[in-house]
Design a protein around this ligand. Sequence first.
Ligand code: PDD
Length: 276
Amino acid sequence: MYFFKDRFMTKDEVRISPDDRGYYFGDGVYEVFRIYGGKLYEKEAHMRRLENSARELRLPLPYSLAEISDLLERLTAQSELDEATLYMQITRGEAVRSHPFPAGAESVLMAYCSEVDRPTRAMQSGISAVTQDDIRWLRCDLKTLNLLPNVLAKQKAMDHGVQEVVLHRNGTVTECSASNVMIVADGMLLTHPANHLILHGITRGVVLELARGLGLRVREEAFGLDELLGAEEVFITGTTVEVTPLVRIDGQPIGSGEPGIVTRRLQTAFEATFSA
Ligand code: PDD
């Protein structure tokens, strides 16, 4: 079941115009929601981020936030999926190809749910990553459809036979291709501050709150590649990866080369936020 241009339909019925600015320019915003037990997880936080991305790109939302929220709920209910993700994007609409905002175009919303299992194995054993220059623009806080640098980064991981890429600007670690990254160093949990250089991950926010609740020392402070590679523990956070340990980076084991104790505690605490 899809939602496209004001109504629910099957995938076969969706007709995307070649003039859609999402197609020409990547001119749009998106969100990926997790569905646990048939319910949208952290819906309000995703809606706030969507509103912010759209406002900063001067992209008119096609419906009110309350209406969008309601249609996402209906899509989730109709999909009848227990463990799933909901993808939603809004583009600036259809117009002949010309860079300035088109007059009179109407934003187009498309959304659908897919059955996606939780990444149980990766969370259990941890995954490997490589590091790479962060070549993205300076508004990484906006969740836009322009994902070519992320796509290239992820492909580099695949080419190296690993699962993720840790990005850095001149040696300062920012985030990963589709997740945020945190380290435990000298008993302190560190992650890049939520500014224009990273996506303000919803999972990142939940995990930081849980960490503080567990009495861990937490700092939203940038750290370098040396601290990353020398950390006691490294893990990534995101809607699709939850809390996944990075146990090997650039071929070097992190800490003991096994998921660490802080990571395990946070995994347990995270799971409790939706399986209560
Ligand atoms: N990506 N950083 C980047 C660059 C991301 O693309 C994502 C999520 C995150 C984590 O954010 P959150 O916790 O809100 O999912 C961080 C989604 C899942 C994607 O593009 O598929």
